[in-house]
Design a protein around this ligand. Structure first.
Ligand code: HEC
Length: 103
């Protein structure tokens, strides 16, 4: 008796949930505008290799003036730690561009 009452209660609540379910619609925010420093054709290689996992903004909000080695290390970390699929020639180009633009 108790058991069938429990079953009935569960079934009733599931029906309630099902009836209350409605498709969720929501407006997506605007795409983040690419940072001005990386708008040129020079930056295409950065976009192609570095935006699968995070935005360009995330890259360019790093502190300035860290030097070339910082950017080489950053790119290497993406490849070795996070397994970013970046070929070595592209990795070199990206590090060079970022070092040039962001110091
Ligand atoms: C496979 C995914 C992936 C790709 C592709 C990728 N990153 Fe990242 N990156 C991450 C993750 C995950 C973090 C966040 C680490 C954290 O929050 O600690 C990150 C963080 C960063 C940071 C912030 C500093 C840091 O070390 O955490 C920089 C700068 C950065 N990425 C640069 C790049 C550049 C340049 C490229 C292109 C060569 C790139 N990323 C491509 C996954 C990726």
């Amino acid at each position: 008796m108790n058991r069938s009452f429990a079953t009935l209660a569960v079934a009733a609540s599931l029906v309630g949930v099902a009836c209350g379910a409605r498709p969720v619609t929501y407006a997506l925010g605007a795409e983040t505008t690419p940072p001005a420093e990386l708008a040129g054709a020079d930056a295409e290689v950065v976009r192609n290799n570095c935006t699968a996992c995070h935005s360009l903004d995330y890259i360019v909000t790093q502190p300035r003036g860290k030097g070339d080695q910082f950017w080489r290390d950053a790119v290497n970390k993406m490849i070795t730690v996070y397994k970013a699929p970046v070929e070595q020639p592209d990795a070199n180009k990206v590090a060079e561009i970022l070092a040039k633009k962001f110091g």
